[in-house]
Design a binder for this molecule. Structure first.
Ligand SMILES: [Zn+2]
Length: 96
């Protein structure tokens, strides 16, 4: 699907545009939806690439490790919060 991201050279807005013969719009003739300038720059389609691109083993490992670190940190924080809430309750009740 030839959806491209563009950046306007005039006002700097970034937008996506579906281009191709079937929509009658070539990437070269895209105009800015904001200011109408034809001086737009095509960006590398970063937001779509993860779907189509296959990750290398290294990238996948990196991604998995970030995720697991994230999960462990979140779990620890949850534990800490729960313990703090318990302490607060114990303190306020005065019975332990
Ligand atoms: Zn513009």
């Amino acid at each position: 699907m030839p959806i491209y991201e563009f950046s306007c050279n005039e006002c700097g807005v970034e937008f996506e545009e579906l281009t191709g013969p079937h929509v009658g719009l070539e990437a070269d003739s895209v105009c800015c939806p904001d200011c109408g300038a034809s001086r737009v720059e095509r960006l590398p389609t970063s937001s779509y690439s993860p779907i189509h691109r296959r990750l290398t083993t290294n990238e996948r490992k990196k991604l998995e490790s970030t995720r697991s670190v994230d999960r462990a940190a979140r779990k620890a924080e949850f534990k800490r919060k729960r313990q703090a809430a318990r302490d607060a309750r114990n303190r306020s009740s005065g019975q332990g």
